[in-house]
Design a protein around this ligand. Structure first.
Ligand code: DX5
Length: 222
């Protein structure tokens, strides 16, 4: 049975002067999850937003909030994002605070115990094998198909091999994020992706429903 393709707009690309309207617009347009890019200016050379924005978004939608912590110390902030309303927390295997395998494993298991979907993400330069020991403790693997930190970048085709490798080892959600449009969505789904994060391909289009539908159709095409 084919798993449903999940489409998650990256709110980083939305018009923050109209945040509530943008959330409701992509929800009406058929988004499955909302992807929230948290950046600390250390793990990535950009600063985005914190729990206060997650809490504001929580107040205006019932969609799952898929929070990606591009921060060095996710272990120090996870509780704040959970209290703010995050449903999923994806952390980076490269994060400074998670370099001890026992700490990372305990962190992921604690998320699951709290009913939060645990996820792991990796930069383009990080080999897929780095994730292998932790796959039993996650429900989502987020393969970055651009260098994390900014929207609007071009998809890195070299990441297709990494998506295939993760798909071969892992039964859960294989998510891709960065430069996802109908063309790259088709390639990513052929490689095994089951969840697409897209910012520019949705929020820079006049019709969000058509943009989401185009991604969904591309993901299904052979
Ligand atoms: C980049 C973010 C991505 C980005 C996607 O660090 O994690 O979610 O916002 O934006 P597009 O779809 O424009 O590449």
């Amino acid at each position: 049975m084919m798993r449903k393709l999940i489409i998650a707009p990256s709110m980083l690309a939305c018009d923050f002067t109209r945040l509530a309207e943008e959330v409701k617009a992509v929800e009406r347009a058929g988004a499955d999850w909302l992807h929230l890019d948290v950046m600390d200016g250390h793990f990535v050379p950009n600063i985005s937003f914190g729990p206060v924005i997650v809490e504001a978004i929580r107040r205006v939608t019932r969609l799952p909030l898929d929070v990606q912590l591009m921060i060095e110390h996710p272990e120090a902030y996870a509780d704040a994002f959970i209290r703010a309303g995050a449903n999923h927390l994806t952390v980076h295997v490269e994060a400074a605070g998670l370099q001890d395998p026992h700490v990372l494993r305990a962190f992921l298991r604690d998320l699951k115990r709290q009913g939060i979907m645990p996820g792991l993400s990796l930069r383009p330069a990080t080999p897929a094998e780095t994730l292998k020991p932790y796959l039993p403790d996650v429900e989502q693997v987020l393969v970055m198909t651009v260098e994390p930190g900014f929207g609007g970048q071009a998809f890195l085709p070299a990441m297709l091999e990494k998506i295939r490798a993760v798909r071969a080892w892992f039964e859960g959600e294989v998510s891709v994020d960065g430069g996802i449009n109908p063309d790259t969505a088709r390639l990513a789904c052929q490689a095994g992706a089951t969840m697409l994060v897209a910012g520019t391909a949705i929020f820079r289009q006049p019709d969000y429903a058509a943009a989401i539908q185009a991604l969904r159709a591309a993901g299904r095409s052979p």
